[in-house]
Write a protein that binds this ligand. Structure first.
Ligand SMILES: Cc1ncc(COP(=O)(O)O)c(C=O)c1O
Length: 495
């Protein structure tokens, strides 16, 4: 039977406005062209101007992970009896990561699809551990501060664990162990610490928090999703890194993402437990259906062997000296960037970051406007919400290998962007707050939502060119209202 195909010319496929499946398959060339065309709308990270989302160790490393990924594209890591090589790679990745994080032979773990999955599983482990060992607890609670990652909030939502949020120190951005101590109840099952937190790059007092967990016979998870690998190699090249891993007594689990500072392909993180008796509560198994047996250590069942193979490949391609080389470069560039920003009369760095991620604030302008001006010049900086009594706009930088050669250009453009921002009509947080508060006070919730969208300049799913006003409004709104607006917007967007 002959297959009918569109002529294999190099014309990209016309985008079908009704998004129906084409009657006849497209040629490989047309598909390649179409995908390249789609990408033209994306911000290009290849020029080192994107300070988030992408961790790229250079073209040779990229070729290595691509090849490994495609070699294992179709192997299904669901079933290690059919594909034992996937389990072998996973075991090796886990042992390597445990060794780097001062874990002994008792430490066990698994590769998950990312930081979020690792954190959800860390919370599930604590909940199920409590079900088994503390049956008197009917409503388990975990304690964290607002500097911990949103994945813990998601885990609480999915798993029915109560979030108990304690203050963080507004000078150092560290979670306070004393505040945690006061918040512990008979229902507490887990204390959460970050190494470091994403927003400010600050490592919590892990020793203090883990000791508290040990004293109360509860679990302590260290979220080293972003810092696990970077802090380890910083320590190896002589940086003074605060204690954060299994060397600290009382730490019961650690997450460390391979697809961040280990420069693996996306879809790879490691979740480690101090011993197998704890990991037991991470597991899920079912033989309750008419189909096959499900013994799942992680959340997914079917999963491509691609991310596993790519992670195995990059760890072995880089080796310790490869990571050490990159860490030296990244930290050199970070120090230059922080010094340049701190020397700028209009800007400052928040707190004292422990690695290559940090936040920028300003006393003389709304830095959400600065982020918009920088974005027009192709630089991506992430707006952040301060969660302090008075909202303080700040913008986040994650500096990784691909940004290193562009630090001087960045500092030059940042200075120019500051001047341009100062020449714009100012976006005053206090004035926007008055407008928002008045809408919330005078209108019923549904009308207030419409009025807030209008105030923010959102028309249907169309966003305004600059996002400064939207971000300012989001930073002011009480989180439940802001979250509802975000979910409504995204519910409309994906249609
Ligand atoms: C500290 C921390 N934890 C968890 C996550 C979530 O990771 P992912 O986006 O891989 O799910 C991140 C992401 O940046 C993070 O920085």
């Amino acid at each position: 039977m002959s297959k009918k195909r569109h002529s294999p010319d190099s014309q990209p496929a016309k985008i079908n406005p009704f998004m129906t499946l084409p009657e006849h398959g497209l040629s490989a060339e047309q598909i390649r062209e179409s995908l390249s065309q789609f990408k033209q709308r994306d911000l290009s990270w290849r020029n080192g101007r994107v300070f988030a989302y992408v961790y790229d160790a250079g073209p040779e490393a990229e070729a290595v992970i691509k090849e490994a990924f495609t070699q294992y594209l179709s192997e299904n890591a669901l079933d290690p009896t059919t594909f034992p090589s996937t389990m072998q790679m996973e075991r090796q990745i886990v042992r390597i990561t445990a060794g780097l994080l001062h874990g002994d032979q008792q430490v066990v773990g698994n590769v998950t699809t990312g930081g979020t999955e690792s954190l959800i599983l860390a919370v599930k482990t604590a909940r199920d551990w409590a079900w088994a060992n503390r049956p008197e607890i009917s409503h388990p609670e975990m304690i964290l501060s607002r500097t911990a990652h949103a994945s813990f909030h998601k885990a609480a939502h999915y798993l029915g664990v109560k979030l108990v949020i304690v203050p963080f120190d507004e000078e150092s951005y560290r979670t306070s162990p004393e505040a945690m101590r006061e918040a512990i109840t008979d229902n507490t099952v887990l204390l959460v610490a970050s190494a470091p937190n994403y927003s400010h790059g600050v490592v919590d007092d892990i020793t203090g928090i883990a000791a508290l967990a040990q004293e109360h016979n509860i679990l302590c998870h260290v979220d080293a999703c972003i810092g696990g690998f970077q802090l380890t190699f910083m320590r190896q090249v002589g940086y003074d890194v605060p204690p954060f891993d299994f060397a600290v007594p009382g730490v019961t689990s650690i997450s460390a993402d391979l697809h961040k500072y280990a420069y693996a392909a996306k879809g790879a993180s490691v979740l480690l437990h101090r011993h197998k008796n704890l990991r037991r509560y991470q597991m899920y198994g079912s033989i309750s259906t008419t189909a096959y047996a499900i013994p799942n250590p992680t959340m997914l069942s079917t999963k491509s062997g691609g991310p596993l193979a790519a992670a195995w490949a990059i760890l072995h391609y880089m080796g310790q000296d490869g990571y050490q080389r990159i860490v030296r470069q990244v930290m050199g560039a970070t120090e230059k960037l922080i010094a340049g920003i701190d020397a700028h009369p209009d800007l400052y760095v928040l707190g004292q970051p422990d690695m290559s991620i940090f936040a920028i604030g300003s006393h003389s302008m709304n830095v959400f406007q600065l982020a918009d001006v920088m974005k027009e010049n192709g630089w991506l900086l992430q707006p952040q919400f301060s969660k302090t009594a008075t909202p303080q706009p700040n913008i986040h930088i994650t500096l990784s290998h691909s940004n290193v050669p562009h630090v001087d250009a960045f500092l030059d453009d940042l200075s120019q962007a500051v001047e341009e921002t100062k020449s714009l009509p100012p976006l005053n947080v206090a004035i926007v707050k008055q407008q928002v508060d008045s809408l919330l006070k005078t209108l019923p919730p549904a009308e207030a939502a419409t009025a807030l969208y209008q105030l923010a300049g959102v028309e249907g799913s169309q966003l305004p060119n600059g996002l400064a006003l939207i971000n300012t409004i989001l930073s002011i709104l009480p989180p439940p209202i802001a979250e509802e607006l975000l979910m409504q917007y995204f519910n409309d967007l994906y249609t």
